[in-house]
Write a protein that binds this ligand. Structure first.
Ligand SMILES: NC(=O)c1ccc[n+]([C@@H]2O[C@H](COP(=O)([O-])OP(=O)(O)OC[C@H]3O[C@@H](n4cnc5c(N)ncnc54)[C@H](O)[C@@H]3O)[C@@H](O)[C@H]2O)c1
Length: 509
């Protein structure tokens, strides 16, 4: 029998109605060779009748009291290994406290799927569609507040595939969370926790680890590995010459298909090391260990790798999903303030795409703490899960980037940090979206972090000309990403040349 050595206690699956808690609990228990428990079944056994009839007759308060009693008893059992916990049990503070010694897995479900699965079956809280949606939103926040592990919607077998990573949580510093990432070409764990780098945490294990980093990061953070190649720091090193240098060092070190590339650094290192992993011997695995805010909220996820050509940014690259991403927010403590601010522009971009709770936090001025980082990376992962190859929805992640990339290119990638250029590009995109109030608000947020609100140097016409060379160009036109409202960001918009020029002029000093 295989021992269940997850971070702590039993695996407790929580999630909304229709999330698949019961079936996932069964599948996990089969892997672990144990009996799963199901709180709802246990409650019904004790009530001697279906939950629905007790609920309808005695009311919700009476049901919750019985539920709490049974769940507390189950959570205290010595032999508890895998438990599926009913959707509403977490409303009890005593239940939330009793969950502490266990590993709580939040199985997310899309509200439409949940409604399809749960409605029409007599379930008391699945009788009114709009009330159901509201409950879904409220509960999601509640589940997140206790979850050690999040399995995103649509990932029915995700909990089982995440089992090796769940076990690895036992070796991670206390408080580390695991988010399961999925894309068409593969899924992988994202570990988020303070102290992960210093603890020497490594996942997946096995094989040699070839660390690619840059000269700044190499002096500040020791990422566990068997060989190290440190490139020069900064965007100017994200080129084919650096890639060749790294690839040859990998060859000299005898790296092969059982080994791993570990990208330890910001987006430059992540993109370049990922590209080397994608192309070395036609592709080997890699792990991202992001150390800048840009990388922790954006670039380390989603599998876009590549380098720049003098003719255009990210012109050479490949899709190559990582085998894991290890996010240690404490790495940001050594990051210069200007780099942190540059990352903040990506935070604002992501919060605009997400809307809801993340936007509410960001617009209230939240610092990019662990909760904000988690919100951003989950937003990015959700977009990539829908469209890995940029053929549709993923294009929304380019919000602010069309003009931002052109500003970077027009200033030879040396005057503005990527995030700074994205911030200015975001303002141009909001102008093109005709959302004046939001434009003012975002201007305030970026300005408060000391980010440039206008670019200097090239003319608006030069930047506009570079926009037309954007690699997203199709049929002679560059599609724009526009914002209708926070949470409503859409892609594929055509923008007239004069409008574009005017919007660029407005963000030019
Ligand atoms: N692949 C993607 O999906 C994607 C998404 C967004 C951005 N990007 C790319 O990311 C790049 C920008 O990334 P970036 O902003 O992280 O830049 P970067 O990698 O150049 O890092 C910025 C600076 O911070 C230093 N640094 C990194 N970590 C540090 C730490 N913990 N302490 C002190 N200094 C540290 C670096 O040495 C560098 O000088 C661009 O090339 C952009 O195209 C890629």
């Amino acid at each position: 029998m295989e021992a269940l050595t997850t971070a702590a206690g039993a695996l407790v699956l929580v999630g909304f109605m229709g999330a698949g808690k019961t079936s996932s609990a069964r599948a996990l228990a089969a892997q672990l060779d144990c009996q799963p428990l199901d709180a709802d079944h246990e409650i019904e056994r004790r009530l001697g009748e279906p939950i629905e009839s007790f609920f309808d007759r005695e009311g919700e308060a009476a049901f919750r009291a019985r539920e709490e009693e049974v769940v507390l008893e189950l959570l205290a059992r010595d032999d508890l290994r895998v438990l599926a916990l009913g959707g509403g049990a977490l409303a009890s503070e005593r239940v939330r406290d009793a969950l502490r010694p266990h590993t709580v897995v939040h199985l997310e479900v899309d509200p439409d799927d949940a409604w399809r699965r749960a409605s029409g079956k007599g379930r008391p809280l699945a009788r009114d569609a709009s009330r159901f949606r509201e409950l879904h939103e409220d509960r999601r926040a509640l589940y997140d507040s206790v979850a050690d592990v999040v399995i995103p919607p649509g990932e029915r077998g995700g909990a089982v595939r995440a089992l090796p990573a769940l076990r690895a949580l036992a070796d991670a510093p206390a408080g580390t969370r695991l988010v399961w990432a999925s894309a068409r070409s593969g899924d992988y764990p994202v570990f988020v926790g303070r102290g992960l780098i210093a603890s020497g945490f490594a996942y997946p294990t096995g094989g040699r680890r070839f660390v690619v980093t840059d000269e700044n990061v190499a002096g500040m953070h020791r990422v566990a590995g068997d060989a190290v190649a440190a490139i020069r720091a900064g965007e100017a090193a994200k080129n084919l010459a650096s890639a060749e240098w790294v690839l040859r060092r990998m060859a000299v070190a005898g790296i092969g298909h059982d080994d791993l590339v570990v990208a330890a650094g910001g987006g430059v290192v992540g993109d370049l090391a990922g590209f080397c992993a994608a192309t070395y011997q036609r592709g080997i695995r890699h792990v991202q260990v992001p150390t800048t805010l840009v990388a922790q909220v954006d670039s380390a996820f989603g599998g876009k790798t590549g380098v720049d050509l003098p003719e255009g940014k990210n012109y050479v690259g490949a899709f190559h999903q990582p085998s894991a991403v290890i996010v240690d927010p404490s790495a940001l403590e050594t990051l210069p303030a200007a780099e942190l601010a540059a990352g903040y522009a990506e935070v604002v971009k992501t919060a605009l795409i997400a809307g809801g709770r993340l936007w509410a936090r960001v617009r209230a001025g939240a610092d990019p703490d662990e909760a904000v980082i988690l919100g951003c990376l989950r937003t990015k992962l959700a977009v990539v899960a829908e469209d890995e190859r940029d053929s549709g929805r993923r294009q929304v992640l380019n919000l602010g980037h069309t003009v931002g990339h052109a500003i970077e290119a027009a200033t030879s990638y040396s005057r503005y940090r990527h995030g700074e250029a994205v911030g200015i590009g975001l303002l141009a995109a909001l102008r093109l979206s005709g959302r004046d109030a939001l434009l003012d608000e975002v201007t305030g947020l970026l300005g408060a972090r000391g980010l440039p609100l206008k670019f200097e140097g090239p003319s608006a016409a030069e930047v506009a000309e570079l926009v037309t060379r954007d690699k997203k160009r199709r049929g002679g036109r560059v599609p724009f990403v526009l914002v209708q409202a926070p949470g409503e960001v859409t892609h594929g918009h055509d923008v007239a040349d004069e409008e574009l020029l005017a919007a660029i002029e407005e963000v030019r000093a």
